[in-house]
Ligand binder design. Structure first.
Ligand code: 0RA
Length: 630
């Protein structure tokens, strides 16, 4: 007995050497092997250069997407050391690239980007690449070494003379590992711009050789410019306020600006990582800001015995806080919540000092901001009364489920789902196509209210929104309670065209602004209805977009019969079921906080009050939005 057990053990245990574990379980290191993971490789490489820049040795970073979807990341830092490591008898650069987590051993960096998602090291990029080359300029020489799937192909050698210093890595992601190996300019642009905002002065060049496109990202104003950028589509109340403070190991920068809108957004970062789930730094900032405006309001007799709450302060506020600390503890579902308890008090006191001083020195600005917050407080009181009235009339509770809702039989929310469908006719198709055991359908008429432009009082009288709130069951704003959720999956189903996109953006913005916990909890999905139905030899294949259609036709031949759906309305109920609703065969996009935040930003620009940013956005994205009809 004992004998068998031992034998079994010995045979089944594999010793994973070097970078092998990364190739065996890539998702453990880079999150997933889809588009997100693919782009993560670039971020991983860029983070190393950013660290070098934060240490004060590098100013320029260049990211290039080559024709074959390989990537180069080049910087003008000191260059990864090439001298022979005394213990391992190999050049340091080779160790950095072939040993997991070896980078930090050479030098203790102050604010190293290391944490939840990032910081797994450049060796990870090497392990997941079909080809990898490193080029180091140091001591007047150019050194080079190549790798394949994380294993060295040759020894480090000198290939020429160098002017200056720096590091360049070039890698081709392994198509055996990744589901897609095609890079998206817009995704890289988004993150690199964020990094450029967060690390003022650093110049990041992004270049796409596939289509001769390039951008230079450099912001001397740092997060102050970031806030101004986020407020671009909005009427602002004050010039962006910026502060920067240091205490012990912690450095904090904050920037904020009020606009005339009714929603607010606070973005927070720790060592350049977006802490979507918040944490102690956010708590410290909120507490301090609320305290400062309350005491300012009391001092200048502006409060009328009211107490301003965090929600009042947030209305119309666009704020960014960025902290850099040496030992971040990341928590939460997606490891994007800062846990360090000591940070709350430090950020609170630093923010308190900085803002207290600002408000005293700039009384005119202070008063303008106070007026805005006091009016938010009054509106909140009015909304509370309106909500109470609506509730007394029973309009938002489950006894008045909307007539349009085709409910399901299932009460267990781990099994039930609701489709929010654009338009009555598509709604009808979905009702006949669904499995009524666990699928509920709620047809919405046309576009829902733009929540960006209205206060809660007005939002609550809008019929489509009332219907939505009642059907989902969780309530809104202060009354939100996820315990009352009626369906585990809330699925947005709209046409696969620009109007449909617009409607899902409106819905996502609503969820982002008023039912954020549903997004955090992973309850929100976007269905992916097909644009084409292709039949070949009696086999039916549904295709989501033109690109996929071209790929498919290449594969199966041009002679297939192709049906194009102009909208959901053109599908019959069986087709809708098999292509979009059947859990066995459908593909859905699960919405993350990151998606929602991007939707929110795009939305502010597209739906905001000002014309100029909208025009600029449409020009910049002309290719992606060529059918846009706003
Ligand atoms: C360790 C030590 C030194 C530089 C670096 C790492 C370094 C790594 C990367 C990765 C991408 N770009 C980089 N630039 C620098 C400093 C060695 C010295 O003292 O010169």
């Amino acid at each position: 007995m004992e004998q068998t057990k031992t034998e079994y053990k010995a045979e089944s245990i594999q010793v994973l050497e070097g970078l092998e574990p990364i190739r065996v379980r890539p998702s453990m290191f880079i999150g997933d092997t889809g588009e997100r993971g693919l782009h993560h490789l670039v971020h991983e490489a860029v983070d190393n250069s950013i660290d070098e820049a934060l240490a004060g040795f590098c100013k320029n970073i260049k990211v290039t997407i080559h024709n074959d979807n390989s990537i180069s990341v080049e910087d003008d830092g000191r260059g990864i050391p090439v001298d022979i490591h005394p213990k391992f008898k190999k050049p340091a650069v080779e160790l950095v690239l072939t040993v997991l987590h070896s980078g930090g051993k050479f030098e203790k960096k102050t604010y190293q980007v290391s944490g939840g998602l990032h910081g797994v090291g450049i060796s990870c990029v090497n392990a997941l690449s079909k080809k990898f080359n490193v080029n180091v300029k140091r001591d007047g020489k150019v050194y080079s070494q190549d790798f394949i799937m994380g294993k060295k192909l040759n020894e480090l050698s000198i290939i020429g003379e160098a002017n200056g210093t720096g590091t360049k890595v070039t890698f081709l992601p392994d198509d055996q590992i990744f589901e897609t190996v095609e890079y998206r300019y817009d995704l890289l642009y988004q993150r690199l711009r964020e990094l450029a905002f967060l690390n003022k002065g650093i110049r990041i060049e992004l270049k796409d050789e596939r289509e001769n496109k390039e951008d230079v990202l450099q912001y001397e104003g740092g997060i102050k410019e970031f806030v101004e950028h986020l407020n671009k589509g909005k009427k602002v109340i004050n010039d962006a306020i910026y502060f920067e403070k240091k205490k012990n190991d912690l450095m904090i920068e904050g920037a904020f600006q009020y606009n005339e809108g009714y929603t607010g957004s606070l973005l927070s970062f720790v060592n350049s990582i977006n802490t979507f789930e918040g944490g102690t730094h956010e708590q410290g900032f909120r507490t301090a800001l609320t305290r400062v405006v309350n005491s300012y309001g009391i001092k200048y007799n502006m409060l009328d015995h009211m107490k301003l709450t965090g929600d009042d302060v947030k209305e119309g506020l666009t704020a960014i806080i960025s902290v850099k600390i040496s030992n971040p503890q990341f928590e939460g579902q997606t490891k994007t919540k800062l846990g360090n308890s000591e940070v709350k008090g430090i950020v609170d006191s630093l923010t308190n000092d900085a803002l207290g001083t600002f408000f005293e020195e700039n009384p005119a600005v202070g008063k303008k901001i106070l007026f805005k917050i006091v009016s938010a407080a009054r509106a909140r009181e009015a909304a509370r009364k309106a909500r109470e009235l609506t509730r007394r009339k029973g309009l938002l509770d489950k006894y008045s489920l909307p007539g349009k809702l085709a409910d399901c039989q299932e009460k267990d929310i781990t099994k039930s789902e609701i489709f929010i469908v654009e338009g009555d006719s598509a709604g009808g198709t979905a009702i006949s196509g669904r499995d009524r055991k666990f699928q509920a359908i709620l047809p919405l008429k046309g576009k829902i209210l733009n929540v960006e432009k209205s206060r809660l009082t007005k939002i609550l009288i809008n019929n489509e929104i009332k219907t939505l709130i009642t059907a989902i069951g969780v309530g809104i704003a202060e009354e939100f309670d996820i315990k009352n959720l009626r369906y585990g999956k809330i699925i947005i189903l709209t046409d696969a065209d620009v109007d449909g996109n617009h409607i899902s953006t409106l819905l996502l913005t609503f969820f982002y602004r008023y039912m954020l916990d549903l997004i955090k909890n992973g309850n929100i999905y976007v269905a992916q209805p097909p644009l084409y139905r292709v039949i070949k030899n009696k086999k039916v294949i549904y295709v989501r977009d033109d690109k996929k259609l071209q790929e498919l036709l290449k594969e199966i031949g041009e002679d297939a019969v192709i049906q194009r759906f102009k909208g959901l309305g053109e599908m019959n109920s069986d087709q809708l079921w098999e292509s979009t609703m059947n859990p066995e065969t459908r593909i859905m996009k699960k919405i993350t906080l990151e998606d929602a935040a991007i939707a929110d930003e795009t939305f502010s620009i597209l739906m905001g009050d000002q014309v100029e940013p909208r025009r600029e956005f449409i020009q910049n994205h002309a290719k992606e939005v060529k059918n846009l009809d706003v």
